[in-house]
Design a protein around this ligand. Structure first.
Ligand code: NDP
Length: 332
């Protein structure tokens, strides 16, 4: 039998955490033959509710779940973890300035970076979900210099999956037949959902999504808007933000990173930019990537038309600005 993998979930008593931990314990993140030990961190006001989640995990009797650590102590939570899913963060409340939210998250991510650096496994893989996800991941990278920068990522897979879902609904085909959409840039409404390289499988082979949909106005307008604003639409409908889809995509992100992407397909991940596609280096930017042997690689050589170029640049500009804001908070 395999040794258990230790998976940290921060903000584990929250909405996404509540949807995520059972998925991990059922093998949806790391596979049906991979035992796991769950490390759940939350802040002191959430202690009781965190303990309730721990009780439910016991009651669910998950065969793959070999242990649970539920704590408000960051060092204990990070001890020897192999995977860290960072869901805890300071939410933006009405009337709050962007800078105040940033400042709160800078201090949270700074502290958690140090704890991971000191206590996690040396090759820990980190996924940041909490917003502003790209910039929180960047802060984490800055304050955990001994963790390889390739191991620090943020979640844009939910946006990627939303784009697949919209195309599948429009064409009335199973979502599993659609692939290779791309989310470029920030996990915010400036992101660019790009279908220029996306394809669908059909009985007569692969077909470009643009040809299959055959409505460029929709693809360049409504489709992009719906994907960018899907989070807000869910809040409006549910009076709560998306949780099951966020949890499910976090599992997809880690699973593909660890176990690899299928041949001929790529996924979107927020990764430390190396300047690919003329994106400024030094920001966490969402790119199309393939994964093998536990590493991601940015898909190279895709053609970028003029309209797309402007969108790639606009979302990069926003990230450069967020980075500057984060640095102001760090130095204060
Ligand atoms: P959720 O579990 O709903 O969301 C957690 C974080 O994920 C938020 O920052 C949220 O951003 C972000 N997020 C990113 N993508 C998505 C998405 N597509 N849909 C929804 N959320 C997304 O929040 P809860 O308030 O239920 O839980 C948060 C937990 O974190 C609580 O248990 C709380 O105690 C803990 N916490 C920990 C802190 C710390 O570690 N120091 C500080 C504050 C809270 P957005 O807010 O923009 O929706």
């Amino acid at each position: 039998a395999k040794d258990p993998v230790r998976v940290l979930v921060t903000g584990a008593a929250g909405q996404i955490g509540y949807a995520l931990v059972p998925m991990i314990a059922r093998g949806i993140m790391l596979g049906p033959d991979q035992p796991v030990i769950l490390h759940m961190l939350d802040i002191p006001p959430a202690t009781e509710s965190l303990n309730g989640v721990k009780m439910e995990l016991t009651d669910a009797a998950f065969p793959l779940l070999k242990g649970v650590v539920a704590t408000t102590d960051v060092a204990e939570a990070c001890k020897d973890v192999n995977i860290a899913v960072m869901v805890g963060g300071f939410p933006r409340k009405e009337g709050m300035e962007r800078k105040d939210v940033m400042s709160k998250n800078v201090s949270i991510y700074k502290a958690q970076a140090s704890a991971l650096e000191q206590h996690a496994a040396k090759d820990v893989k980190v996924l940041v979900v909490a917003n502003p996800a790209n910039t929180n991941a960047l802060i984490l990278k800055e304050f955990a210099p001994s963790i390889p920068e390739k191991n620090i990522t943020c979640l844009t897979r939910l946006d990627h999956n939303r784009a697949l879902g919209q195309v599948a609904e429009r064409l009335n085909v199973p979502v599993s037949t659609v692939k290779n959409v791309i989310i470029w840039g920030n996990h915010s409404s400036s992101q660019y959902p790009d279908v220029n390289h996306a394809v669908i499988d059909s009985p007569d082979g692969e077909k470009a999504v643009r040809d299959a949909v055959s409505d460029d106005a929709w693809l360049d307008g409504e489709f992009i808007k719906v994907v960018q604003q899907r989070g807000a639409a869910i809040i409006k409908a549910r009076k709560l933000s998306s949780a099951l889809s966020a949890a499910s995509s976090a599992c997809d992100h880690i699973r593909d990173w660890v176990l690899g992407t299928p041949k001929g397909s790529w996924v979107s991940m927020g990764v430390y930019s190396d300047g690919s596609y003329n994106v400024p280096p030094g920001i966490i930017y969402s790119y199309p990537v393939t994964c093998a042997n536990g590493d991601w690689t940015i898909v190279q050589g895709l053609s970028i038309d003029e309209k797309s170029r402007a969108k790639l640049d606009a979302t990069a500009d926003e990230l450069v600005e967020e980075k500057a804001l984060a640095y102001t908070c760090i130095s204060e």
